[in-house]
Design a protein around this ligand. Structure first.
Ligand SMILES: [Mn+2]
Length: 344
């Protein structure tokens, strides 16, 4: 049995909102990852089986290695079909906001969501959400929104707890991707109780791993090799690694969305590295995206705050609108003064 970390009251409020609604739209963050899609599609299938008109709307495309997820073909991608995204949101009587804590995370979907009179449920595991909602289920101590979804449906009882194999695959994918295949944020023993249940439902966890992680294109593999051999700086004393890529370099390797996913975690294979930073110039929007990762107690989110960002203790993001050269020297300054963040 799992600990009931979500209050019974919130579960019954959530059920009431769903009972009272017919057009229900799941919305998740920009550059949807395995957890964003897994948790959204989990709820999508559940509501679908309950006879609701359910839809999933995402701001932009998701990586190819998630395209096998059951239901992914029904997802409305706003950047590809803005009219349909706006219409779907406008017609909703309930919006389920999944896997994000602040409205800026959905970029251009902010406008239709802001204009909607629909009621809102937030289900998320990022710290201190600031979105006004009718029901807020926020648990930063839980490593994925997909895990939270499992907990919600198992507490909600029939018909919510009817977890099909498709739904189980969505949940497992979210749990697996947000923990790096259970290599971080994965100490809670209950994670494995849930996996035990999902396996009994019939998921093939090794196959899911292969579908998600062993699908590199040749270009991506070569880009990774290039990053590691030519573009990785090591600050030995600060136990920090920094990888940076310009838009031109990405282009050279035929960069596709998601190609650098996970690169930020590679330096943790080096002995004693506990901070890793990955910097990539985004061609489309003339901005530089920065991913911060840490292991142990170093607050990656504190460092990210100095770069217009934030996030979790061990995983955070930021951005920069100045040149790569300037961005790198700002990062270097932050790295050389890492104790500044540890003191706070
Ligand atoms: Mn997540």
């Amino acid at each position: 049995m799992l600990n009931k970390i979500i209050s019974e009251e919130k579960i019954s409020q959530l059920k009431q909102l769903i009972d009272d609604s017919h057009n229900i739209v799941m919305i998740t963050h920009v550059s949807p990852d395995g957890d964003a899609l897994g948790s959204s599609l989990c709820l999508y299938w559940l509501l679908h089986s309950m006879g609701k008109n359910a839809s999933v709307v995402v701001p932009n495309r998701f990586p190819e290695f998630l395209a096998w997820l059951p239901g992914s073909k029904n997802i409305v991608v706003a950047l590809d079909d803005n009219d349909r995204a706006n219409k779907t949101i406008a017609e909703a009587d309930l919006l389920c906001l999944l896997d994000f804590n602040t409205i800026n995370r959905i970029n251009w979907l902010k406008t239709p969501v802001g204009a909607s009179k629909a009621r809102r449920i937030l289900i998320d595991h990022h710290p201190t959400p600031d979105i006004e909602c009718d029901v807020e289920i926020s648990h930063p101590e839980i490593s994925s929104t997909a895990e939270l979804m499992y907990r919600i449906v198992s507490m909600a009882g029939t018909p919510y707890d009817h977890i099909t194999k498709d739904i189980a695959e969505c949940i497992y994918t979210g749990m697996m991707t947000d923990t790096g295949n259970f290599s971080y944020n994965s100490q809670n023993p209950e994670i494995y109780l849930i996996i035990n249940e999902l396996l009994k439902i019939g998921i093939n966890k090794d196959e899911i791993y292969n579908r998600v992680f062993n699908t590199y294109s040749v270009d991506r593999m070569r880009l990774m090799g290039y990053c590691l051999s030519k573009k990785m700086r090591i600050y030995e004393k600060q136990r920090t690694a920094l990888i940076y890529l310009t838009a031109k370099e990405c282009e050279h390797y035929n960069y596709r969305v998601g190609d650098t996913e996970g690169f930020v975690n590679l330096p943790f294979s080096i002995k004693d590295i506990d901070i890793s930073i990955f910097v990539r110039q985004d061609n489309e929007k003339e901005k530089i995206k920065i991913s911060f990762r840490s292991q142990g107690s170093f607050p990656a989110n504190k460092m990210a705050e100095d770069f217009k960002g934030g996030g979790h203790l061990n995983a955070a993001g930021g951005e920069s609108y100045v040149s790569m050269r300037t961005t790198l020297s700002m990062l270097e300054e932050a790295i050389l003064n890492r104790e500044r963040y540890e003191k706070e």
